[in-house]
Design a protein around this ligand. Structure first.
Ligand code: DC
Length: 226
């Protein structure tokens, strides 16, 4: 059997285009794609379903041992997040889940659990992992690290388009406020705040198609791999 494939870490704020680009890049490289935000979102959904306040560290930590969150590799190479054995993708993108996710993600107990699963997947298969702390905390030794950025208005507009494409009613000002609050919390939290990792290549995603951005990343990866 061949060993694990290449590992690529992509971090950045909400709506910056990480998922789209990471998915395409993973297909290009032939390794799994992992949206780590989906793992935190699945946990937040579980908390909301049970009426547990995501800000309540003790209650959240107490719920952790009883919740089953797993990763399953789908045939298209994406790592699917399972909550209690079920795919929950259709329920985790609502704005109220986004806010609860960012709140629950501040707790170190939550982070430790997710980081362990993420490292296990990368060690076994390699992968393109995207999130907030992949280059800084999850895989600081990754050979290839990128930090995506784009102006807040561009990111809000993208998020709005995603929500509308998913059939949700959404307003630009509300989406902009939600992601600004979330980004501030993600950047200012004590444990694993969002920040560019040492050695990360900063990529401005405000212009160019996803395919063009993937091509830029592939060029950097090739150049670094020799
Ligand atoms: O990438 P996303 O928008 O789906 O992430 C949702 C929230 O999850 C984000 O606001 C913060 C949290 N998150 C995190 O703390 N660490 C990660 N690696 C990924 C997401």
């Amino acid at each position: 059997m061949s060993g694990p494939g290449v590992v690529v870490a992509i971090d950045g704020p909400a709506g910056v285009g990480k998922s789209t680009v990471a998915r395409l890049l993973a297909i290009h490289l032939g390794v799994p794609y992992l949206d780590t935000g989906a793992m935190y979102r699945a946990l937040a959904l579980h908390l909301l379903d049970r009426g547990i306040d995501p800000d309540d560290r003790e209650a959240v930590a107490a719920a952790l041992p009883t919740v089953r969150i797993e990763l399953r590799l789908a045939p298209d190479g994406a790592a699917q997040v399972l909550l209690e054995g079920r795919a929950v993708e259709g329920r985790i993108r609502a704005p109220e889940v986004s806010t609860a996710t960012s709140r629950a993600a501040v707790h170190p107990e939550v982070r430790a659990r997710m980081v362990a699963l993420q490292r296990e997947l990368a060690a076994r298969h390699g992968g393109v992992l995207e999130g907030r702390d992949i280059g800084t905390r999850v895989l600081p030794e990754a050979a290839h690290k990128f930090y995506f950025e784009a102006p807040a208005e561009v990111r809000a507009y993208r998020r709005l388009s995603d929500l509308r494409a998913a059939g949700r009613a959404a307003r630009l000002d509300e989406v902009a406020r939600e992601i600004a609050e979330r980004d501030a919390r993600d950047r200012e939290r004590e444990h694993s705040p969002l920040a560019p990792a040492e050695g990360a290549v900063v990529v401005d995603t405000s212009s160019g198609t996803p395919e063009e951005i993937v091509a830029r990343l592939v060029e950097r990866i090739r150049a670094r791999s020799g």
